[in-house]
Design a protein around this ligand. Structure first.
Ligand code: ADP
Ligand code: MG
Ligand code: ZN
Length: 608
């Protein structure tokens, strides 16, 4: 029987601002600092590493939100090294685990892993080592299905626990627990059993991507108690962000871009399908780049060899599906190109996060067309084999329940709105999604929108804002932001009719307002906390969806006419541009002069 966590109110304790955790007089401080240098070869700690380590070593459940490349591994590997027993690490992919084990063994830290695709005698050998009197391993990595399906493993863990040798349980890539996240893996939901069986053992959950709802899901599913949460800015100042309209000449554009700014440098091109990967790689080879493709249905040996050649710089450009890259630790990736629309902002942020891990400048360029949106939407609805994680487990498409689909399409719509926005800072748009307020002046013209020189004018959108707030208020139940926008713009869709929203007085009040404009106003209201995006538990399993409600206190000033809201729009009449099809580049300010990615290596002020 699956273990169903019961819903409990979650108490988070903010650890990030608590000075207690950065103190240097814990009993383990000296050992920590010595071994960080000696064993791991680091001169110092990165932001939050010391704090997280102190909190988990003090025995608390800890939730860590740290950007990709921030150094999450150290926060459990170092404690594991200086603790007497063993640390259990759950990690989603065998390839990821192997990479970690290799690094650990190089540093002389005894570590092992168990996975379903290992020979049974080998697994038995490791399990036997675990029972031996002095457990030789410091870290044991397992894939999540091992926990769910192997009673044998659970018995060994109980045995270790009884001998007080189970120090800590680590859940890496913890967002995989959440249906609401971009990388849901069903086996992660069974991990709640660990806290149930070992309630006193501290759990450390780590992720680079968690919106409020994902965070809630993770804490619920894992059964974390009074967990201390550490988070930090997800902004990556050394990345340059641009969105470029995708035309039929996209591959030529990509060639020119790489040749112009990153020739012979290392990069990843994310493609939607296996076919696309192969086509794009082929074309780039013709253009004279050292390119190769990488996807799930390749022969595993060939795949491994491509990855190896890439890490040795024999191949520069990898054309891959999103299957490529999780846990890939190549520091000098100079560009990440999206040949088609990513499925969510979280996914996009994480994929871009693989660029510039060495802290040097790197480019993230997204080629966007509306017709790709339709393609992705179709794939999400009807299941697409290329999206299946290949290293283990069930195909993700097995969960075609409607809640999942809604989540997917909501995530995708946000991505579309990101691409269609040619006004707001890209960093701001991404970070808002992670619940972080970003001051756009800190972008310093390192995204396409901030470096755009066309003139913008302030426009009073108070009326639209008021109407949107009134509309959210007048719905009896809570609805998602895309539903509210549909009603506002007068949609007559089934769902609008079913809820009788076509009868509301504000139905269609925003008919004449461009969708992009309305959605910007709505997002602004959320940022200003006049509207609140609320997480709603929709079923027994505690799975969640995101809905809007009114923050009465803040809305009062607006509705009483004592607040005006202005947003900036291009001085040309229309506020939002339209990307129509692959063939014709979009009209409007964005393409009136040919748009190229934000240049790197030149100071922004030197740009035309
Ligand atoms: P994450 O899991 O957060 O994406 P990793 O744990 O894989 O990041 O670490 C990314 C890189 O940063 C690794 O190459 C790691 O060796 C390096 N790193 C981590 N902590 C430190 C530190 N304190 N000083 C220097 N390098 C570090
Ligand atoms: Mg990691
Ligand atoms: Zn910007």
């Amino acid at each position: 029987e699956p273990y169903i966590p019961k819903y409990v109110e979650v108490n988070y304790i903010e650890g990030s601002n608590d000075k207690k955790w950065s103190k240097r007089d814990f009993p383990w401080t000296k050992e920590l600092e010595d071994n960080n240098k000696k064993v791991f070869g680091n001169h110092s700690f990165r932001p939050n590493q010391r704090e997280v380590i102190n909190a988990t070593m003090s025995g608390h459940d800890v939730f860590v939100l740290m950007p990709t490349g921030g150094g999450k591994s150290l926060t459990y590997q170092l404690p594991a090294f200086i603790s007497p027993g063993i640390t259990l690490v759950i990690s989603p992919l065998v390839s990821l685990i192997q990479d970690q084990i290799m690094h650990l063994l190089q540093a002389n830290i005894p570590a092992a892993y168990l996975s379903a695709n290992m020979e049974w005698p080998e697994q038995q050998g490791i399990l036997r080592d675990l029972c031996s009197e002095h457990c030789i391993y410091k870290l044991l990595y397992v894939t999540p299905e091992k926990v769910a399906k192997s009673d044998f493993l659970l018995r060994q863990l109980e045995n270790l626990h009884a001998r007080e040798l189970l120090d800590r349980i680590v859940i890496d890539e913890a967002h995989c627990v959440s249906q609401w996240g971009h990388d849901f893996r069903p086996d992660y939901q069974g991990l709640g059993i660990l806290k149930q069986k070992f309630p006193k053992i501290p759990v450390l959950a780590l992720t680079a991507t968690a919106t409020a709802s994902v965070k809630e899901d993770v804490v619920q599913a894992l059964g974390l108690v009074d967990c201390i949460i550490f988070r930090q800015s997800f902004n990556r100042p050394n990345l340059r962000f641009s969105v470029i309209p995708k035309t039929k000449k996209c591959l030529e554009d990509i060639d020119k871009f790489i040749r112009g700014t990153h020739f012979d440098q290392c990069g990843i091109i994310y493609c939607l399908s296996r076919m696309d990967c192969e086509k794009v790689a082929e074309k780039l080879k013709e253009y004279g780049h050292k390119a190769a493709f990488y996807h799930a249905s390749m022969d595993p040996e060939l795949r491994a060899s491509v990855q190896k050649q890439w890490s040795k710089d024999e191949i520069n450009v990898i054309c891959a599906t999103v299957a490529f890259g999780m846990g890939i630790n190549k520091p000098d990736v100079r560009f990440v190109i999206h040949h088609s629309l990513p499925k969510s902002i979280e996914g996009y942020h994480q994929e871009c996060g693989r660029a510039g891990r060495d802290g040097q400048i790197a480019s993230c360029v997204l080629y966007y067309s509306y017709s790709d949106y339709i393609r992705v939407k179709y794939m999400l609805s009807y299941g697409a084999a290329e999206q299946t994680p290949f290293t283990y487990g069930q195909p993700r498409t097995s969960s075609t329940n409607s809640g999942r689909l809604e989540t997917n399409s909501e995530n995708l719509l946000r991505m579309v709105s990101y691409c269609e926005n040619d006004i707001d800072c890209r960093r701001f748009l991404q970070l808002v999604h992670f619940g972080e307020k970003f001051d756009c002046s800190n972008c310093k013209k390192t995204c396409d929108n901030c470096s755009n020189t066309r003139t913008l004018v302030d426009k009073d959108v108070t009326m639209i804002a008021k109407q949107l707030v009134e509309l959210v208020k007048s719905c009896k139940q809570q609805f998602s932001s895309s539903h509210i926008l549909d009603v506002f713009r007068g949609s007559m869709s089934q769902i609008v009719k079913r809820n009788k929203h076509n009868l509301l007085s504000l139905h269609g009040a925003g008919k004449h307002i461009a969708k992009g404009e309305a959605s910007r106003v709505l997002r602004h209201l959320v940022v200003e906390e006049i509207l609140v995006e609320d997480v709603k538990k929709s079923d027994l399993y505690g799975s969640t969806s995101s809905v809007l409600k009114v923050n009465e206190q803040k809305a009062f000033t607006l509705l009483a006419g004592r607040q005006t809201i202005t947003l900036r729009f291009p001085s040309t009449a229309k506020a939002s541009k339209t990307y129509t099809s692959d063939a014709t580049p979009a009209k409007g300010p964005l393409t009136s002069s040919k748009k190229t990615p934000v240049q790197v290596y030149t100071p922004a002020s030197a740009q035309p």
